[in-house]
Design a protein around this ligand. Sequence first.
Ligand SMILES: CC(C)(COP(=O)(O)OP(=O)(O)OC[C@H]1O[C@@H](n2cnc3c(N)ncnc32)[C@H](O)[C@@H]1OP(=O)(O)O)[C@@H](O)C(=O)NCCC(=O)NCCS
Length: 186
Amino acid sequence: MQSELPNMKIRKAIESDCPGIARVQVDSYRTAYAPIFPQEYLDHFTYEEQEGDWRGLLASADQGTVLYVAVDDADEVIGYALGAPSSEMPPYESELVALHVCQTYQGQDVGRQLVAAVSAALYAQGCQSLFLWVLADNPARAFYEKLGGVLVGKKPWENNEYFKLDIYEMAYGWPDIHKLAGPSGS
Ligand SMILES: CC(C)(COP(=O)(O)OP(=O)(O)OC[C@H]1O[C@@H](n2cnc3c(N)ncnc32)[C@H](O)[C@@H]1OP(=O)(O)O)[C@@H](O)C(=O)NCCC(=O)NCCS
C-alpha cells in the first residue's frame, strides 16, 4: 500500500518525544480500549505519569530496547512502537511490546511502517523472530494477521484478579522477523 502520508517520518525516539508518546498512548487507551476495560481502569492513565514512565524508559533502557516514533511534518508524534529482545516465548527471540497510532492517522500504513522499523532494528541486533501479546477482543488482531502473524499463545490478562475481569491476551508470532522488516530488511 502506498503511504498516504508523504511527510510522515519514522525515526528513533528521543527524550523530547516523551510528551507526544504519552499523549498518543493515553488517547489510544481511552479510545481503543474503552470497549474492553472498565473506565475505572482506564482513568489510571494520565499524560503526566506516562510521560514520566517514557522518560525513565529512555534513560534506563537496556541496549537492546528499541523505541521508534512516527512523526508528522511538524515533528509531532503520531504513533510509536516499542520492541525488545525477549526469552518469554521460546523460540521467539524478541517482543513487540507496544504499538499505538493516533486514531486520526490510522489506516494509512503508519502501523505497518512502525512494525517494520522496530523489526529491522531487532533483526540488526541478531533477533531472528518476534512475538507480541494483544487483548483477545482487540480489533488490532486483524492487523497482526494481515502482517502474517500466527497465533502462538493465550493467557489471562495480568490484572484480572485485581479488577475482577475475565480478559485474555493472545500471542502472535513471526518465525522470520526479516519478513516484517521489509524487503531490504533494514
Ligand atoms: C493496530 C494499529 C497499530 C494499526 O495501525 P494502522 O496504522 O491503522 O494500520 P496500517 O494502516 O499500517 O494497516 C496495515 C494493514 O492492516 C489492515 N488493518 C489495520 N487495522 C485493521 C483492523 N483493525 N482490522 C482489519 N484490518 C486492519 C489495514 O487495512 C492494512 O491492510 P492492507 O495491507 O490491505 O492495506 C492501530 O489501529 C492502533 O493504534 N490501534 C489502537 C491501539 C492498539 O490496539 N494497538 C495494538 C496493541 S497490541
